[in-house]
Design a protein around this ligand. Sequence first.
Ligand code: ASC
Length: 128
Amino acid sequence: GAVDADKAIEYRQGVFNAMKWHFGPMVGMIKGKIDYDAADFERRAKLIAALAQMPQEGFAEGTDAGDTDAKEEIWENKEKFDQGMKMMVEKSAALAEVAKSGDMAKIKPAFGALGKTCKGCHDNFREE
Ligand code: ASC
């Protein structure tokens, strides 16, 4: 049967909120506002890489209306949106891999690349 829009919106927002929960302390470590803890950073990077695989299915057809900042453009340009989701999956996997090294010179650009994939979809597909 059809996906319940309210449930789908709650689902995808829950996933993004969980990603944000982990992303925040990582930003702090990258910026030097929190002491860098390699094991904790790696743990969070792995969780984000897992979570990144989850939101896409929450944007099923018919889940555009409700308490959401998701723009109609998502469903009008679903291929472009799905490509952005794929980039998020790939860049988060790359970050989780490089996080094992504990080498900030490698981690910073990988983290920046992931952040760009967040921002790319927000600019195109999310209400301000
Ligand atoms: C965050 C957050 C995002 C990303 C994005 C990175 O902390 O909530 O969506 O970082 O701003 O460009």
